[in-house]
Design a protein around this ligand. Sequence first.
Ligand code: SF4
Length: 401
Amino acid sequence: MYIHFPWCRKLCPYCDFAVMVAHHEPPHEAYRDAVVAELAARAAAVEGRRLRSIYLGGGTPGLWRPDCVGDVVAAVLAAAAAPGPDALEITIEVNPTDVTAARLAAWRDAGVNRVSIGVQSFDAAELAALGRDHWAGDGPRAVELALAAGLRSVSADLIAGTPAGLVAAPSSSPPSSSVAAARGAPAASIAALIATGVPHASVYELTIEPRTRFGKLARRGALVPRPDDELAALYEANHRALEAAGLEHYEISSYARPGHRAVHNSLYWSGAEYLGLGAGAASFERRADGGACRPPRPPPGPTGGGPRPPRPDEVVELGADEVAVDRVWLALRTRDGAALAEVAALPGAARLRARLAAEGLAEEVDGRLRPTLRGFLFNDRLARHVVDAADPAGYNRPPTS
Ligand code: SF4
């Protein structure tokens, strides 16, 4: 179950998510009521379903009053077949400045057992370049408080590859990720992240999205993304440092100590069904014939009244063959990879397996096709091969040149 809370304190210059800036207080109760009403309207999608995860994402759901978070969690638990609390992960995304001991206790009372903190960097110059609204000391303080709060797990997000031109670090500062990359060293923030002892981390490469302020700067030439080879060196250096510290690299951007893999994201990568509630949430429903459906979320917006049924032309239907392809490329985002039996069922499986092996993108181990580190690094290419393999007319045709 995914619950989207769209408000943020400010819009980060690289952010392309569905967010709204809350200049004052977000409409706590109105939004709670809208989400609970949407849940009631879609009750058939959750009744009797075994719930494994509730994920409050954003936006910044850390801004939502904890009693409203608790009301929404309670409504979901009443509607679905929830397992015992030990088997249910309930995550809230927060920013470092949202994290206080009192708020952690209130989130825990609301049922939350995992927080994901948008630290993004431990480096003051990078944080300023990224337009974040917190200081370098806020991230480690938030992680420390969260680790002391008795939650099941804590995660920290980092952004790697901030363009050098955006980072005006004084010479006495630790090296920014860009400078470190040139030396084949991990980002400066990786050592600081490891030092916190956080058991889960997501390290994302900064993506310059066209519709953002960074996108506009890039079009004007005022922001130049890092060269690909430098980003690749940084990715590999971050991988080596985090794995050496005992954090398993279990998905393209995700690292975890044993027992701390993210249940919620792992469900996405395994092709599990999910229901999304709130302003920008998507859903995924399996069909008895092996196909699936991605119903759009029903407008109007979060505070604009009750949902309406989606129009037929708004519903994305996937056939069983498309679902099979999606399952394989999603699984190949993870270190566990895809079962060879599932891969073998794709129309172009033999050529696909040979091509992935030849390009060093995946290897076959213990009955599974697993991405290599190179396969993580070039995962778009790997996924493209999987999708193309399902088009025998195109993919299996001998190359013409
Ligand atoms: S806090 Fe997160 S969701 Fe909000 S604007 Fe910044 S990057 Fe986007």
